[in-house]
Structure formats: C-alpha cells, structure tokens
Design a protein around this ligand. Structure first.
Ligand code: ADP
Ligand code: MG
Length: 399
C-alpha cells in the first residue's frame, strides 16, 4: 500500500525527522488559508499523487500551465493561481504512464533554500533478509540513471536486526555524502529516526529524494515516498486509514474484497486461472500466440462459487477485455465449482466477448458437462496450447 508525500512526512515528523512545515489542501480557499498560516516568503505547491517524477511532469490540460507538478510560489496570489490550475488536472510523469493521474489534493509547503540534494532510500533487501540503506550524493534526479551510468556513486549497506541501527551506520552515510562536523552528526541522528520509522511502521520502502542540506546547514527530507508491507497492515490500522482509494485501480479494490490476487494489465485477453504459476504460464502463452493479457488473476486453491463469480465480473467489467480465457487445473479446486461460478456470473452480467474454457483435473468431466448443458456460448479447449490458440483467434476475428 502506498501513501501520499504529505502523509509520509507526517510519519517521519512523528519520529523526529526534519521535514518542512506544510498543509494538505483540496481547494483554492484552503490553499490561501494554508499559505497565510505558513507565512512565506517562499511556498512550494506540490501535487499529491502516488507517483514520483512530479517536478518534471507535465499536465495534459493547457489550462494547468506549462510548469510541472511541483511549483515554487513567491506570493500567496501565486499559490492560489497554481492551485487553481493544478486541481483536477491530469499530471503525466515517468511513473504514471501515459494516462497520467488526476491531482485531487495539493501540499502547500514552506520553500527551502537548497545547498545540496542527496538521495537516500531504505528497503527490505531480500538477499540478506535485512533492512538496507541506499545513499548517493546524486539526489534530486533519476536514481536509475545514476545506478546505470555511475554505480560507484551509490553506497548501500544493510543493518543487522540483532543490533539494530548503530552509530557506525550513521558514519557510513555521512562519509558517503561527504558530510563532516555537525552535518555528520545530523546524518547519524536522521539514520536512527528513519530506521525507527521504517521498522516501527513495517514499511516496505522509504525513499527520500531529495534529502537536502539547506543553506543554513540543516539536513532535511524534502520529498518522501513510503510503501507498506501489505502483510503487516493488520498491525497498523492508522496506516490503513491513510489509504487513498482514488489512487488505486477500482478493479483491484473490488478484487481485494474477495481476497483474489488480481493485477490489472494493458492487454485484451482477460484471464481467470488458479495458482500463481499457472497464471504466469497462461499470460506467457497468450503473448506467445500474439496477444496481451488484460490481467493477472489467481482465484486461489479453494475458491468458492461466489469468489469465482466475483472474479468473472471483475474481468467482464474491464472495457479493454475482448476475450476471456478460463484456465483451471483442478487440484484442490474442483472443476465443477469453477463451471458453476462461470455460469452464475454469465447469467448475472451477460457475456459480450468470446470465452474459452480449459478445465483439467478433479471433477473435470462434471465441469465440462455443466458447461455444455448450460447452453452458453463457450469454446471448449483441450489443453493450454489449444486454449491460447482459440482465444487469440476468437479475439482477432472479433476485432
Ligand atoms: P518529485 O520527486 O515527484 O519530482 P519532489 O518533492 O522531489 O517531487 O520535488 C521536485 C524538486 O522540487 C526537488 O528536487 C526540489 O528541487 C524542489 N522542491 C521540492 N520541495 C521543495 C521545497 N519545500 N522547497 C524548495 N524546493 C523544493
Ligand atoms: Mg522527489
């Protein structure tokens, strides 16, 4: 689960980390009040969307102006103008994809005088099973480019959970960033605060880009991106409350209600499969036959008829879906349950696109019988190859 920059900064602040003062707003009036209370003389108006690269992003609407999604304002009038332009407009950044994201809230923040911009992030390193820090002097810009062109400028290390964060970790960060004296001390304090926030809130990722040195010699977290480990969210109801459903795919939200593993994709063939491995193989074979999957969907081992019906409805509600491939291996799952779920869903929502069903395993004969006796226009397939060939042919014939 992801949250907005201003929410992430509130968490960092709770752990004592240095962030700018700011107020989240939803209207021009709120922005005026926020800018007045902050006092100026410099404000930054920041689009709050769950994607980075906002500063260099571009709005789709000409009315939003030429500037990007993060704007420096020198007067309260300018703050109001920017908020008026950006609210409701669609921001396209390197991370949003071409469709962009609508800006529904803005963060009005104190402007900082920047001396230097660094990069700092934390994540769970799967290789070591530890929380790792990644730091670089090359902040503010695309860290992927730094990693590719000048990997020596990135320093990483991980923290032993048995000792937790130690003073030497802080010194490693200070050295990597070329900080001495009081700034090195600040780096040590910040490292401890960030580590406490990361582990205390069960974060999966924390990225501060840029971490700055101000002209008056203070370290500050100028941007913050946080995502949480979804398996630990049950321990943090206050973090779950920060969820912004408008930032999430509505089909994925619906799927999460039924505990389905569903990820929306860009293709045309909707897939309903049981088992993550089989779902991956099904997506691969669709591509092999020249089409693209519209989703990843694993209904799981012991799915009920209700779950299958919900899954089928989510797939058919996607306007990009031009055909559906149901590929079930009945191990724990019984083929007749799948057949009943599919039929119930089709009766409920109708079927406007071709449907290929491949069933194998437990109660396969019964499953096939249920489908053939239903009178539905279902194309039966013998194996995975046959199924992929048939659905791709049906979709292409339909186009
Ligand atoms: P993104 O990474 O999505 O582009 P950032 O929050 O990193 O958004 O902002 C982009 C750039 O805008 C920063 O690298 C920094 O140079 C500038 N900036 C952001 N916040 C402030 C601020 N409070 N004061 C001054 N400059 C800022
Ligand atoms: Mg940034």
């Amino acid at each position: 689960m992801n949250i907005h920059e201003y929410q992430a900064k509130a968490i960092l602040k709770e752990f004592g980390a240095p962030v700018s003062r700011g107020v989240a707003v939803f209207s021009v009036d709120e922005a005026e009040a926020a800018a007045t209370s902050l006092g100026g003389p410099l404000w930054v108006v920041k689009s709050q969307i769950h994607a980075g690269g906002r500063g260099k992003g571009k709005f789709k609407e000409a009315s939003a102006g030429e500037k990007g999604g993060v704007r420096l304002a020198k007067s309260i009038d300018e703050v109001k103008t920017f908020v008026g332009q950006m609210l409701g407009a669609t921001l396209v950044t390197v991370q949003t994809g071409p469709a962009g994201k609508q800006v529904n809230r803005l963060y009005i923040e104190d402007g900082s005088d920047i001396e230097k911009e660094f990069y700092l992030s934390m994540l769970v390193d799967r290789a070591t099973g530890r929380v790792a820090f990644v730091v670089s002097t090359e902040g503010g810009m695309d860290i992927e480019t730094v990693a590719h062109d000048t990997p020596e400028k990135i320093v990483t290390f991980s923290v032993d959970p048995a000792t937790g964060l130690m003073p030497h970790h802080g010194r490693t960060i200070a050295k990597a960033l070329g900080l001495t004296g009081d700034l090195a001390k600040q780096a040590g304090t910040l490292a401890a605060q960030l580590y406490a926030a990361f582990t205390g809130k069960d974060m999966a990722m924390l990225e501060i880009n840029p971490l700055i040195v101000t002209t008056d010699g203070q370290l500050k977290c100028l941007d913050a991106k946080v995502s949480f480990d979804s398996n630990a969210l049950y321990r943090h109801p206050d973090m779950v409350a920060l969820r912004d459903l408008t930032e999430e795919d509505s089909k994925e939200i619906e799927a999460s209600k039924y505990d389905l593993s569903y990820i929306a994709l860009d293709g045309t063939i909707g897939c309903m499969v049981n088992g993550a491995g089989l779902a991956m193989a099904t997506m691969d074979i669709i591509k092999l036959y020249g089409e693209e999957p519209a989703n990843f969907l694993d209904v799981g081992g012991g799915a009920s008829k209700e779950k299958v019906t919900a899954a089928f409805k989510i797939i058919t509600a996607d306007p990009n879906v031009k055909g559906i491939l149901v590929n079930i291996f009945g191990g724990i799952m019984r083929c007749d349950i799948i057949a009943e779920g599919v039929i119930a869903a089709v009766k409920d929502v109708g079927l406007q696109v071709p449907l290929v069903v491949r069933l194998e395993g437990t109660n396969v004969e019964l499953g096939k019988k249920i489908i053939s006796e239903s009178g539905l226009n279902v194309i039966a397939a013998d194996d995975l190859d046959d199924a992929a060939a048939k659905i791709v042919k049906a979709v292409k014939g339909n186009a």
